[in-house]
Design a binder for this molecule. Structure first.
Ligand SMILES: C[S@@+](CC[C@H](N)C(=O)[O-])C[C@H]1O[C@@H](n2cnc3c(N)ncnc32)[C@H](O)[C@@H]1O
Length: 259
């Protein structure tokens, strides 16, 4: 399967600088853990930053991710936890569009733009069918994705300039990140590249290019996919669950299994 994992394999440590977790986000997921009583499954769990917070609340949680490096970072994080919290967490190297865990969950979620890494409708539906299969009849399925904002593109292009230097957690080298994105296929897809420039201790510089391709998805595209996979979705804007708020870019989907 054609999946853009290079960015996560080489620069997974940067994800939390690039997209910091907010308190509101953590509170939102915890609220649903309380409501459903768990157990919880997080798809594309990355460095485990959300799942550790949920395990600390007393819930059993399974995290799956396709990147061995992201799971390595997640295991590093869970190894710091008290043993009674750590034992509630299980991590697996699995593909979210084709997994089998042989148990059901009260809460399943895909956080922070992680669903859109699936490039085709086939992969997306396959993922949602796996979710359906693993969700208890009274369970909740949550997804959060950033709303596509066409005003950020000029002539179909967007550039996020070089970041301030960030220190590599192991080598201590200073690393900068830049993102270039182009709309393709009549605005239906985004082709992009994340550039990482590393300044080494000997004065040399290297640039690593991590390409990515993601579909452009609007609110109604998600809703029709969820319905096709057997869910009744509700959509809110932002973690405070506004019905509509043009200023907030986070779409929060809350899905039940359809009757
Ligand atoms: C945008 S990051 C978000 C990580 C995490 N959800 C968070 O909020 O911190 C996307 C994650 O999806 C993972 N990923 C990409 N394709 C995947 C797939 N097919 N199955 C499972 N994980 C995948 C990447 O390795 C990466 O950890």
């Amino acid at each position: 399967m054609n999946i853009d994992l290079k960015r996560y394999e080489l620069f997974g440590w940067d994800y939390e600088h690039f997209a910091p977790l907010t308190d509101k986000e953590v509170v939102w997921y915890k609220k649903f853990a309380h409501r459903t009583g768990g157990p919880v499954l997080e798809l594309a769990c990355g460095t485990g930053r959300l799942l550790t917070s949920i395990a600390k609340e007393g819930y059993e949680i399974v995290g799956i991710d396709l990147s061995t490096n992201m799971l390595h970072l997640a295991r590093g994080r869970t190894s710091q936890l008290p043993p009674e919290v750590k034992k509630r967490i299980q991590l697996y190297n699995m593909n979210m569009s084709d997994f089998q865990l042989k148990r059901k969950f009260g809460l399943i979620f895909i956080a922070d733009n992680s669903f859109r890494v699936l490039k085709t409708k086939e992969q997306q539906l396959s993922c949602l069918k796996c979710v359906y299969h693993h969700l208890r009849p009274d369970g909740k399925f949550l997804m959060t994705e950033r709303r596509f904002d066409p005003t950020k593109f000029v002539n179909g292009r967007r550039e996020i300039p070089w970041s301030e230097p960030i220190r590599h957690p192991l080598s201590g080298d200073l690393v900068k990140r830049k993102i270039e994105i182009q709309l393709t296929k009549n605005g239906k897809r985004m082709h992009g590249v994340m550039l990482y420039k590393t300044g080494h201790a000997n004065g040399s510089e290297t640039v690593e290019k991590c390409p990515f391709e993601i579909p452009v998805m609007l609110k109604d595209d998600y809703i029709s996919l969820f319905s096709e996979a057997g869910f009744s979705p509700r959509v809110f804007v932002g973690y405070e669950e506004q019905e509509n708020d043009e200023k907030n870019s986070i779409l929060c989907f809350v899905c039940d299994k359809s009757e």
